[in-house]
Design a protein around this ligand. Structure first.
Ligand SMILES: Nc1ncnc2c1ncn2[C@@H]1O[C@H](COP(=O)(O)OP(=O)(O)OP(=O)(O)O)[C@@H](O)[C@H]1O
Ligand SMILES: [Mg+2]
Length: 489
């Protein structure tokens, strides 16, 4: 047997040697013909198609978006299948990727696809000033009969999924306008810090039905790119959050941003001097972002500002020369006042988003919904109005779970009754539940809350009694006056 193998080996070696000699002296056109023929033969015998995605592409060797999307897409599959992995650490996690020449199999709609990471190592020394480096690429192999499916569906699926994974993994940012702390963008309009708010829908204390509704609304919005395109509407959603201070409006915004994995742009309208400046700011907002304008009623006194301005203008025109001097003296003060108008704000909200196609959620918050101009809160502009109210028993249970890791306790029923009788904000409940010293007994925290609720109930009853006394006093006063008048007449 070994003789046969050695004979076979030597025959192969001589054939290869002869082929190398023949190829060397063969006329070029004949060699091209053989190459073409062998390629056709390979096409005929090998039904598999191959696509390469290089790490760097283009004349400037930019890193390829497709390569990193594929890398992200394959990362979980690599972890499950590859025998050799490469690990690297990012800011807050360890990332594992498949090593060179590893292969993973992916499947979509019952069709199998083979992915492997390859590299081309330069053979000769480069004469260029830049040393020649390895060219890494992902190689996709699939059966030729799935060519249409791959080009039409599979590659889009891989790239979309890969991009979504990288969006979810990236460090999100909180942008603020004005001279905020943090890094400024290239135009100096926005400065940003890393957004790491821990709030999630699990930790927000609110009515469970309402919470479920918001989550469903956000999920539908997130998955409706095609739908918005089909109906010709810009891909945006507006929320108006209203409720007393400390009911969780800002907390809910953070939970929404975390749920969607979006950046947050917190616009301080009082720092925006003009409509033109506001437009520049809004143009600088990237896709996949939550745009927040907090306390919209106090930001600009949006509803009253236009009126106030016209009256001052009228007064000034009537005052003549004195008016001019006064005007000059006030110029400095006035210059610092924001000139942003309600119509300016609304035009940009509708206009800018219609022009650029990015998924954006805009959230206004207010403590006094009834104060707002109807133009601002009409449906279509603000799609959803969400009221955050005083803490109910369901909200309390969420806070007890967050702060004390308590699911149930025999004092819960008493707390339920007291919450129904008082108007206590989730912020107040949270403050009382928070352990004041390390390892404070949950029982003591609950007692502190019960005491606080009892105090606020007492205060409320006293207040009502006082008001009643006042009312009876005024009634008695007016009835006394009436009898006096009658006596006079
Ligand atoms: N619904 C809630 N769920 C969980 N925590 C809450 C909730 N409401 C308030 N809190 C707690 O109270 C603190 C203050 O709440 P938050 O800033 O969200 O209130 P707000 O409604 O935005 O108040 P304001 O109107 O004054 O801006 C938060 O840091 C959070 O710890
Ligand atoms: Mg707030």
């Amino acid at each position: 047997m070994s003789e046969i193998w050695s004979l076979f080996g030597s025959k192969i070696a001589s054939i290869l040697f002869m082929w190398a000699m023949i190829e060397r002296y063969m006329p070029r056109h004949f060699r091209n013909f053989i190459d073409r023929f062998s390629q056709q033969l390979d096409n005929l015998l090998n039904p598999y198609v191959e696509i390469k995605f290089f790490e760097y592409s283009g004349s400037y060797m930019r890193s390829s978006d497709a390569f990193s999307a594929i890398e992200n897409y394959l990362s979980s599959k690599s972890m499950a299948q590859a025998r050799k992995l490469k690990g690297s650490a990012t800011r807050n996690s360890l990332v594992l990727k498949m090593d060179d020449y590893e292969e993973v199999i992916d499947e979509l709609k019952g069709i199998k696809f083979s992915w492997s990471l390859r590299k081309i190592v330069p053979m000769e020394k480069s004469l260029s000033v830049y040393p020649a480096s390895e060219k890494r690429f992902y190689r996709l192999n699939f059966h030729g009969r799935h060519r249409r499916f791959v080009t039409k569906t599979y590659l889009k699926h891989v790239l979309d999924e890969g991009k979504a994974i990288s969006m979810a993994k990236r460090q999100r940012k909180l942008y603020t306008n004005g001279n905020g702390d943090g890094y400024s963008d290239k135009n100096g309009k926005w400065s940003h810090v890393i957004f790491e708010h821990p709030a999630t829908f699990e930790t927000v204390a609110m009515d469970p039905e309402k919470k479920k509704e918001i989550i469903e609304d956000l999920t539908t919005f997130k998955n409706s790119k095609e739908y918005y395109a089909k109906i010709g509407k810009p891909w945006k959603r507006g929320y108006l959050l209203f409720g007393p201070p400390g009911t969780g409006k800002s907390t809910l915004i953070a939970a929404i941003a975390n749920f969607l994995s979006y950046d947050v742009y917190d616009i301080e309208l009082t720092a925006v001097m003009s409509n033109a400046e506001l437009r520049k700011l809004l143009i600088g907002i990237a896709s996949k972002s939550v745009v927040v304008i907090e306390d919209i009623d106090c930001s600009l006194e949006l509803t009253g500002q236009r009126k106030a301005e016209t009256t001052t203008e009228k007064e000034e025109s009537n005052e003549g020369a004195v008016g001019v001097v006064k005007k000059q003296a006030e110029e400095g003060k006035k210059e610092k006042k924001s000139q942003v108008t309600l119509s300016g704000l609304l035009n940009f909200i509708d206009g800018i988003w219609s022009a650029s196609n990015g998924e954006r959620v805009i959230i206004f918050t207010t403590n006094f919904v009834e104060k707002l101009d109807q133009a601002l809160v009409r449906r279509g502009r603000m799609d959803k109005h969400i009221e955050l109210s005083y803490c109910g028993f369901e909200g309390f249970k969420v806070l007890a779970r967050n702060y004390l890791s308590l699911e149930a306790h025999d004092r819960f029923e008493e707390i339920r009754g007291l919450l129904e009788e008082t108007k206590t904000t989730p912020a107040d409940v949270a403050e009382n539940l928070m352990p004041k010293v390390g390892n404070e007994d949950p029982q003591r925290c609950l007692e502190r809350l019960i005491q606080a609720l009892k105090n606020s109930k007492e205060e409320a009853t006293k207040k009502i009694e006082k008001e009643r006394e006042k009312e009876t006093a005024t009634i008695e006063e007016s009835s006394g006056k009436d009898t006096e008048d009658e006596v006079k007449t």
